[in-house]
Design a protein around this ligand. Sequence first.
Ligand code: ADP
Ligand code: MG
Length: 390
Amino acid sequence: MNFDPQKPFNDLPPLPPRADIETRPILKSCIAAHAALAELRQAGNLIPNPSVLINTIPLLEARDSSEIENIVTTTDALFRQASLNEKNADPATKEALRYRTALRRGFDSILRQPLSTNTAIEICRIIKDTQIAIRNTPGTKLANPATGAVIYTPPEGETVIREKLANWERFLHEQQEIDPLVRLAVQHYQFEAIHPFADGNGRTGRVLNILFLIQTGLLETPILYLSRAILQTRRDYYRLLLQVTREGAWEPWIAYMLRCIEETARWTTQKIHAVRRLMAHTADHVRLAAPTSYSHELVELIFALPYVRIANLVEAGLAERHRAGYHLRELARVGVLREIRAGRQKLFFHPKYFALLTSDEHDFAPYDMPEEPAPKERKGQRRWRKAHAE
Ligand SMILES: Nc1ncnc2c1ncn2[C@@H]1O[C@H](COP(=O)(O)OP(=O)(O)O)[C@@H](O)[C@H]1O
Ligand SMILES: [Mg+2]
């Protein structure tokens, strides 16, 4: 194989790789990653209202996956934008939010039809917000951002690219005897090496990874926060991708992806358990401190929307406008929400939940619970107590 970073890599070998990709160490890591994913799937089912996780974890994923590409925003800006859709939000935040939209639409789409080149195009168009298509002009190169040195030039020629994508697509569906997690790692390298678009390949590929897990039944919903591990080890990610091209070094690449999957599956599982604990604790607190505003549905809503508006309660059918405003102010009075202003809009922020979602830790400081009112002492009892007091 002839690899010159400056020349379009039209010799990119088709899948499956010729190397042994199911070595003993890889199969061992596979078992661990599968176990972690199975736990995540179960944890996902512990929270009965699916919008709690589907509204939040993909936003965390969107932030990190965008940051891998130096599109940097804060989780706070992203959650705000998800609630408010402000026209003047900064471009990076809007772009990261589109990643979340792409993940959602991709999820809808694979429920109808299997993953394909067309799914990839659809995803990339949403992320980039343009009618991007398979590259048909030369000039796309991957360069080291610091030095500008070219590290990889993807294949050129639309026909060549389409052929390679067709092979990639067949590999997704036909190589059933290869462990699905190994297939995930292999197809991700291949998709990135084909690099079918002028831009957006990294993010599109990472959305495809999550969709592939759903397609193969390893996840039910897009709740794995996989880009977290990749962002934390971004240099390894780039280095190992390149080593597959240069040296056919599949094993370290696959092992790397398996580790990322296992680690983030564990992290996400722990986070879900913590969210569940905080939901139960918040319900107890609201029931005692603001009983006239307590309802199970309201508690779920403020966990689906860390930034919530009166209109959200009305839309969810929880209360009419006036009453909805009262409930949110009650939750603010007892310290669960914080009222903020965003232009002309009133917004309620859920600080403890937000802190838990964005923290590396999975614990939280409990609310000061009002003590349950003590039962009244009867006259005789009081006299008896006083008589016996020392
Ligand atoms: N040596 C390499 N070979 C193949 N793909 C690579 C290599 N190095 C990086 N990549 C992939 O290219 C992506 C960046 O491509 P790009 O089209 O700019 O994506 P995005 O627009 O999402 O930023 C990286 O996230 C990575 O997945
Ligand atoms: Mg880019």
